[in-house]
Design a protein around this ligand. Structure first.
Ligand code: ARG
Ligand code: ZN
Length: 873
């Protein structure tokens, strides 16, 4: 059942042109396809090979080749494919099929969301639309005619430019679209619905005017402006930084409520999960605004990194995703704060991708095999993939990287290529050898660097010895050494950066290539090392820092990322010591050094507000869990709450002062400084409500009443829910009710309302989750809702999910089984928390295993089968 990279072969036939016609109907939709095939003459053929087209869940109405209708004995068809025997090297097929989009709950292929028709074809959804060579190396010119009822579906869209529109005399109308660029079927898109749009224009660097449109259901028309601004900024940025220009006359975005992922880069017609595009200050948080900006940019950037140059096969997914995530991260860094963006990305990588790398589904960024490709749209392929591209960027420098990307786009425009091709372009443009570096593409797991140092007083030499290793992962017991760029700096006793080379540079990138290597520097005193600056490689670093060292780095390191990281290390250090104290039944006390360090951060005038905010956030429970061989969720939760309370006690006045100084009434702006102010203010409030103090509840209550933007409103709500003081309860209930009434018609706001409740450890019990699943604003089929409530609880409320009764495991198993019958992609993501069973104590391990085995007993989708069987292996 598994497919292997090593088995890749070119197809026997190519498809030169694809003409499709869709008659959208309520009972069924008729799809007519006219395909022009040509034998792949780079392959040797003894005779004309059979043509195997894939297709699922469709009724074959008729099939003809070169105008001759085939009788039943002239083709073979089953539930997965249609097999034809061509009679010549070039021929045309004419295939009519019938599908039922209104019954398609998998959200792959053509389906209905709300009243509208829409598609999601990546990775292998096109085969649910019509019989085709549904593989990314088959690139074709598409012409698409969409026919539908004019009242119900006044808007009919597909890829490219509209070339013809006309009304039919039966109340229907039709629009024909042509996409002049060759593309694989996964980039095909179609939309039909009653939509409104906002419009703008962008003039490209060569002076072409492009029409930009965002289509939404009428009630969402006021929520599109932010995304439109983001789109224009991204178009400009890609011209400036990569020299890439948009290539069609029109660029369209459509928002849909039912969507498995974030968004999709279909050529000229991006389709977005509505949470990733709709935002107005009053109904979307700052974080949502930033996420939308990044996703709009990401999908836009795919026009080059993904569409003009695409993937040869799905093992190459990181070719487009890793590169495009890197591109969107750099865009965000340029638009907001570079250091803060880096901190947030690394935090995410460590608390989620490192976990994946250590779990049963661990895979290299270019996997070697898969059962279901949808399961490989992972943090590893995306985020670690982006880190790998970032390392290339740091090895060749930004000018070298631009030379490499220019060569890559130029060399491979219109082609379906591999990660090897990408690396080769970087090598050729820069005359560097990345052969050892390429192991990052084929070896899974998070490398570990063990760093030690010594100082030779007489020679005035400082030596750093770095040993690399990488834990075994499924199917890969041993690893070869990686080429790891390790950026470092050295601090003298005053905290000043020491020059590291003749040019007086204070940060250098060490090329670690051996299992163990020593690097020596001239130094007139023993320095303190600042390691892996800017997180120059996706690895773990062990170095025996004392708490004093970390506190010193927190205030002196010239590398902003490492100032934050030293704070993280210090907090992890203290928290894990408390976890051990809890397990041993010892009395708890927070190291005063930690409290003093936080006091210093709170008072540091040199830090910008965004940095203070990041430093104040303690490592998440998930990240702390990763520090333990056997995860003790209760002790982790208790330790973390204890430290939060202690910080609040120790710095109450300062926190109040910060809160009050930032809690001023001013018009909302989604600008970096405003965002930082709101963030810091709300973090201060979250500490204050840790105090058993009615005044803190009153602050949150007042903020809730006065808030005119969603960031402040939802923060106030969640701080009321989380407040320690008794008076918080009634106020929280009242606020929740008011909020739900106000936002009943805004589905995405209601999703926040759901998740805010179930992620709180005291409020969000399993009973609460069950109760909310029956709420009229909930929909048990909708991925966004299921993620808010079920994943919100199972991944965001660890103490309750892992309650020793095991009832939450049973609950999750039930939900996974129920969803798998409707939407396999969603099911195989929901199950994730259960797959980590090996990391828990014996009792929980048994309970989680029992839940997994019960799932395994069912008749499973490929998606879920792969995840369950790998977790149990
Ligand atoms: N290519 C899209 C993006 O990252 C994601 C589409 C994923 N779809 C899927 N069925 N897994 O921008
Ligand atoms: Zn992408």
């Amino acid at each position: 059942r598994a497919i292997y990279l090593k088995d890749y072969q070119q197809p026997d036939y190519w498809i030169e042109t694809t003409a499709l016609s869709f008659e959208l109907g309520e009972e069924s939709t008729l799809v007519t396809s006219t395909l022009n095939f040509k034998l792949n003459d780079t392959k040797t053929h003894a005779q004309l090979p059979e043509l195997t087209l894939v297709g699922e869940n469709m009724e074959l109405v008729s099939v003809a080749i070169d105008g001759a209708v085939l009788s039943g004995d002239q083709y073979k068809v089953d539930s997965e494919q249609l097999v034809l025997q061509p009679q010549s090297e070039a021929f045309e097929t004419y295939i009519v099929t019938r599908i039922k989009p209104q019954e398609n709950t998998s959200l792959e292929g053509l389906y209905k969301s709300g009243g509208m028709f829409c598609t999601q074809c990546e990775a292998e959804g096109f085969r649910k639309i019509t019989y085709y060579l549904d593989r990314p190396d088959v690139m074709s010119i598409f012409t698409t005619t969409v026919i539908g009822d004019k009242d119900k579906y006044p808007v009919l869209l597909s890829n490219g430019n509209a070339i013809e529109r006309k009304d039919l005399d039966d109340g229907r109308h039709m629009v024909t679209w042509n996409d002049p660029f060759k593309k694989p079927a996964y980039l095909f898109a179609l939309v039909g619905g009653n939509l409104e749009f906002i419009e703008d224009t962008f003039t490209t660097m060569s002076g072409r005017e492009v029409t930009l449109r965002i289509f939404v259901e009428p009630h969402n028309i006021t929520k599109c402006d932010h995304a439109m601004r983001s789109l224009k900024k991204s178009m400009k940025w890609d011209e400036e930084v990569y020299g890439r220009e948009y290539d069609l006359d029109i660029f369209m975005i459509v928002a849909v409520d039912d969507f498995n992922m974030g968004a999709m880069e279909n050529k000229g017609l991006n389709i977005f999960n509505s949470t990733c595009v709709l935002a107005r200050p009053d109904n979307a948080t700052d974080a949502a605004h930033e996420r939308i900006d990044a996703i709009v940019a990401h999908e836009y950037f795919h026009n080059w990194s993904g569409n003009r140059v695409t993937c040869r096969d799905w093992f190459q997914l990181s070719l487009k995703e890793g590169f495009t995530v890197f591109r969107d991260a750099e865009y965000t860094a340029d638009m907001y704060s570079r250091t803060v963006k880096r901190i947030q990305d690394v935090n995410f990588l460590r608390s989620a991708q490192f976990v994946e790398d250590a779990g049963p589904m661990a895979h290299p960024i270019r996997p070697e095999s898969f059962i279901e490709i949808s399961n490989f749209y992972t943090l590893t392929v995306y985020e670690k993939g982006a880190e790998v591209v970032r390392m290339i960027h740091s090895i060749v420098g930004s000018e070298g990287f631009r030379k490499g990307s220019d060569l890559y786009f130029d060399r491979h425009d219109g082609q379906a290529v591999t990660t090897e091709d990408f690396v080769a372009a970087m090598e050729d443009a820069n005359g560097v050898d990345l052969s050892q570096f390429k192991r990052w593409y084929s070896q899974a797991g998070t490398p570990v660097l063990d760093v030690s140092d010594s100082y030779d007083e007489d020679a005035q030499e400082y030596s750093l010895t770095i040993k690399q290793s990488c834990p075994a992962t499924p199917g890969q017991d041993t690893k070869l050494p990686f080429h790891i760029p390790v950026a470092i700096g050295l601090l003298d006793g005053e905290g000043e950066p020491m020059p590291l080379n003749g040019e007086g540079e204070t940060t250098v990138v060490l090329d670690l290539k051996e299992p163990e290597q020593t690097f020596t520097f001239k130094a007139d005193e023993r320095p303190l090392p600042s390691l892996l600056r800017g997180f120059s490689a996706p690895v773990k670093v062990n170095y025996d820092y004392s708490r004093e060292d970390l506190i010193f780095l927190m205030s002196h390191d010239e590398d902003g990322f490492n100032r934050w990281d030293s704070c993280q290390r210090l907090a992890i250090n203290v928290l894990m010591e408390l976890v051990a104290d809890i397990q041993a039944g010892r009395e708890l006390a927070v190291d005063p050094q930690l409290l003093a360090a936080y006091g210093k951060v709170l008072a540091d005038e040199s830090l910008d507000l965004a940095m203070i905010a990041e430093m104040l956030l303690l490592p998440s429970e998930t990240l702390l869990a990763e520090q333990m061989d056997v995860i003790d969720v209760d002790a982790i939760h208790q330790a973390r709450e204890f430290v939060r309370g202690a910080i609040a006690e120790a710095h109450k006045e300062r926190l109040q002062q910060i809160y009050n100084s930032l809690n001023v009434d001013k018009p909302y702006q989604a600008e970096p400084e405003d965002i930082a102010e709101r963030r810091l203010k709300n973090i201060a409030l979250s500490y204050l409500v840790e105090l058993d103090d009615a005044a803190s509840v009153e602050l949150a209550q007042a903020q809730f009443a006065a808030a005119s933007n969603m960031t402040d409103s939802i923060a106030a709500l969640s701080n009321l829910i989380g407040a320690v003081h008794e008076s918080g309860k009634a106020v929280a209930e009242q606020a929740l009710a008011e909020f739900a009434e106000k936002w009943a018609d805004d589905t995405n706001v209601m999703n926040m309302w759901f998740s805010t409740q179930v992620t709180d450890s005291r409020f969000g019990t399993l009973a609460k989750v069950r109760e909310l699943m029956e709420h009229p604003g909930f929909d048990k089929k909708n991925p966004n809702k299921m993620r808010s409530l079920v994943s919100g609880y199972c991944s965001g409320n660890l103490v309750n999910f892992h309650n020793i009764s095991g009832e939450s495991y049973e609950f999750l198993a039930d939900e996974v089984i129920r969803i798998d019958a409707l939407n396999p992609q969603l099911a195989s993501r929901l199950i994730n928390p259960l797959t980590r069973w090996k990391r828990y104590d014996e009792k929980r391990r048994e309970l989680m295993l029992a839940a997994l085995k019960r799932i395994q007993q069912q008749d499973l989708s490929k998606d879920l089968f792969e995840v369950v069987s790998k977790s149990l292996a």
